[in-house]
Design a protein around this ligand. Structure first.
Ligand code: CU
Length: 119
């Protein structure tokens, strides 16, 4: 573990230059999610994995592959879907501004961020 620390420090210092270093913080800008757009679930990732939506806009996730997934809020909201398979969907509508972190509980590293902004 100790051996990893220099690498992590390097990673942090470069984060401002290169968008994202590892999966924990991509540092990239959020992609505006329009009404009717969906967050896909493909190759064990949410795509896009960082979106921005206005308060009150429904967010829909759709599983695009034959691997089952789910969607569960870790912080900033309280929702959890059932596990669903290919072409299955789940939706959540945020009612307050803030940052929501969520994940698929079945696949470590499959996580995403939603920036909910006031209209
Ligand atoms: Cu998954």
């Amino acid at each position: 573990m100790r051996r990893l620390l220099p690498l992590l420090a390097l990673c942090s210092s470069l984060a401002a230059l290169a968008a994202g270093c590892g999966d924990s913080d991509r540092g990239g800008s959020a992609q505006a999610l329009g009404a009717g757009d969906v967050i896909g679930m493909k190759a064990l990732h949410f795509k896009p994995d960082h979106v921005q939506v206005p308060v009150g806009q429904k967010i829909t996730w759709k599983n695009d592959e034959s691997v089952p997934h789910d969607v569960k809020a870790d912080s900033g909201a309280d929702f959890a879907s059932k596990t669903f398979g290919k072409d299955g969907t789940y939706a959540f509508t945020p009612t307050t501004a803030g940052t929501i972190k969520y994940e698929c509980t079945l696949h470590p590293g499959m996580d995403g961020t939603i920036d909910v902004v006031a209209k």
